[in-house]
Design a protein around this ligand. Structure first.
Ligand SMILES: N[C@@H](CCC(=O)N[C@@H](CS)C(=O)NCC(=O)O)C(=O)O
Length: 218
């Protein structure tokens, strides 16, 4: 085992970032200790735009994760790397069909919803930003609801927690921030309610991270 793989991973993230939260959930589910370096997406025009951060992720987005001597961005790539290299509960099922379902749901959220309501996009939209975000979250949830009706058991795909659940909870949190009525999507709502009671989802919640501001800290 190399020295690099013995070092604790470092998560460069932001308490409220849904993509950083995905990685925090994955670390928690796997029982992996890690350090956090806060990247404030708002302060000073956004620390993700500094030259220093661009060396970690030229895309100027969190998360960026230093692990095993490498730096990765893109939360789904990070989660899959953790899953492939660390023991603990599988985050992608062994069964090919279920694994494809997990990837389908994860991509629907990570490519079909989150990027359209991401900070940089919203800033470019200007005054109409809330309606814009609501529209694309609703559009995504209208597609996700019937899919989950077919794939879900206790969780998004069957009865095992997977990467799909890791994507779902932070996206529901974002939906609520943008005042989307999640009650319109009973399957999404029910799975989310089950997941938020699980320890790994609680300890990784935006309300209790090292960079969570004191006035909203749980
Ligand atoms: N596909 C990327 C998306 C990363 C992303 O959109 N990060 C957001 C926070 S959740 C960000 O850093 N936004 C900063 C900005 O828009 O300036 C991933 O899954 O990691």
């Amino acid at each position: 085992m190399s020295l690099a793989s013995l070092a604790k991973p470092i998560l460069h993230g932001y308490f409220r970032s849904s993509c950083s939260w995905r990685v925090r959930i994955a670390f928690a589910l796997k029982g992996i200790e890690y350090d956090q370096v806060p990247v404030n997406l708002i302060q000073d025009g956004g620390q993700q735009h500094t030259e220093q951060f661009k060396t970690l992720n030229p895309m100027q987005q969190v998360p960026a994760v230093e692990i095993d001597g490498f730096t990765f961005s893109q939360s789904l790539a990070v989660i899959q790397y953790i899953d492939e290299t660390r023991p603990g509960p599988r985050l992608l099922p062994a069964d090919s069909k279920k694994r494809a379902q997990v990837r389908m749901i994860s991509d629907l959220i990570a490519s079909g919803i989150q990027p359209l309501q991401n900070l940089h996009v919203i800033q470019k939209i200007g005054a109409d930003k809330v309606h814009w975000a609501q529209y694309f979250i609703e559009r995504g949830f209208q597609a996700l609801e019937p899919i989950l009706k077919q794939t879900a058991g206790k969780y998004c795909v069957g009865d095992e927690i997977s990467m799909a659940d890791i994507c779902l909870v932070p996206q529901v949190y974002n939906a609520e921030r943008f005042k989307v009525d999640v009650g319109q999507y009973p399957t999404i709502k029910k799975i989310n309610q089950t997941l938020v009671e699980i320890e790994a989802f609680k300890v990784s919640h935006p309300s209790c991270q090292p960079d969570t501001p004191a006035d909203i800290h749980a």
